[in-house]
Design a binder for this molecule. Structure first.
Ligand SMILES: [Zn+2]
Length: 193
């Protein structure tokens, strides 16, 4: 653990211990007595995407074949934490682009998603950050990201809507064109095999 993370770990566990005390929980209970430390470790892991400069470095390749159709990966799973309530939201993302001069290894899309998911997050912002990354890194003709997620803050409390799914999308470039968007949605609709 880096010195900086060690300091964060100490602070989070100290403060989480106060929350446990405020709730009046029994600190002699072995299931609670070290919980503040476990939570601190968990937060450091779940919020790794906060470390500035840690954006995934994605190698791109020249588009030698002049491939100019849609490249897209669907159903990429992710877990994140809602920044309003600090409970998870999770689901899957569909990410696509139409290349111009550069292409990337498509397995890299999941790393971009994971990086931005590992921070207190809003689904809208996650979607925008992913599409923005593709747009800047590849400078493609167009890029699109669709995110479908369950929000535990909605499902467990308040309005209590178990099973409801929130969908967000963000587009760049030629996806502004309705026909291009529809091609993407057609591909998305196709049953997986
Ligand atoms: Zn929330």
């Amino acid at each position: 653990m880096t010195a900086e993370n060690r300091e964060k770990y100490e602070k989070i566990s100290r403060h989480f211990l106060e929350i446990i005390k405020a709730l009046g929980l029994d600190l002699d209970d072995q299931n609670i007595s070290d919980t503040h430390k476990r939570v601190a470790r968990l937060y450091l892991e779940m919020f790794q995407g906060l470390e500035d400069g840690n954006e995934p470095h994605i190698t791109t390749f020249p588009n030698k074949e002049k491939y100019s159709s849609m490249v897209f990966v669907k159903d990429i799973p992710f877990y994140s934490m809602c920044s309003h309530h600090f409970v998870p939201f999770y689901g899957k993302a569909h990410m696509g682009y139409i290349p111009k001069d550069r292409i990337l290894g498509i397995s890299k899309l999941a790393r971009v998603l994971e990086f931005y998911a590992k921070r207190p997050q809003l689904q809208e912002r996650l979607t925008e950050q992913c599409v923005g990354y593709l747009w800047n890194c590849l400078q493609p003709l167009g890029a699109i990201v669709v995110v479908e997620a369950h929000h535990l803050c909605m499902e467990m409390r308040g309005v209590k809507k178990p099973g409801s799914i929130t969908i967000t999308s963000a587009i760049r470039g030629c996806f502004e064109d309705k026909a291009v968007r529809e091609e993407f949605l057609d591909l998305l609709d196709r049953p997986s095999w």
